[in-house]
Design a protein around this ligand. Structure first.
Ligand code: ZN
Ligand code: ZN
Length: 194
């Protein structure tokens, strides 16, 4: 297991993901429209989205994410009142990660925050392509065959359950001990940009 270097585009927000294991299998490509809207809101679509509108995301429990520098630059937006918390670096608008309410121990690191030169080896392959209905183009069959959505939801639910049981929901660098987000979320309307 290894640590993964995290850094925003301009270098003011730095962190790491710890205990990263390529055999763990929690890397997905999400094709949902909200992930696309998030990238577009930050004018980061070209950098973040693949040819079919997918976002490469590494999922981990909060206790394995550490922000070492620049927490004060972190901003939050939501695409609806109850949408995911979508975190980005206010210094340079780099998408960082997504999270649910703090009682659900799951964070999805967006690849734009992963600055590790050995990321491919450390993360291992993409395990599932999810939310395929949001894709903006035909996803190549080879890509789908290598990372089928089938079975993944059950697998990640089990992992979340295990992470909760083993206390890995805390500490959560994005929420206070009382469950308050470190940056108050701005609700973004359809098509709105930062
Ligand atoms: Zn930055
Ligand atoms: Zn998504």
């Amino acid at each position: 297991m290894d640590n993964l270097v995290l850094q925003c585009r301009c270098g003011q927000v730095k962190g790491r993901a710890i205990k990263v294991d390529p055999a763990d299998g929690t890397r997905v490509i999400c094709y949902c429209k909200d992930c696309q809207s998030f990238a577009h809101a930050l004018k980061a679509g070209a950098e973040v989205l693949d040819e079919q509108g997918g976002t490469d995301i590494y999922q981990l429990p909060p206790a394995r994410l550490q922000i070492q520098q620049g927490l004060e630059h972190i901003r939050c937006l939501r695409l609806s009142e109850k949408g995911l918390y979508r975190w980005y670096a206010g210094c340079c608008n780099t998408p960082l990660c997504n999270s649910l309410a703090p009682r659900v121990p799951l964070i999805g690191l967006v690849h734009s925050f992963i600055a590790d030169p050995e990321r491919e080896a450390k993360l291992g392959p993409v395990r599932a392509c999810v939310n395929l209905r949001g894709a903006t183009g035909q996803i190549p069959k080879g890509k789908l065959d290598a990372a089928p959505a089938r079975g993944y939801i059950g697998k990640i639910m089990l992992k979340i359950f295990g992470w909760k049981l083993s206390g890995q929901g805390r500490p959560n660098p994005l929420f206070s001990a009382k469950g308050e987000p470190v940056a108050s979320p701005r609700i973004l309307g359809p098509g709105e940009e930062i």
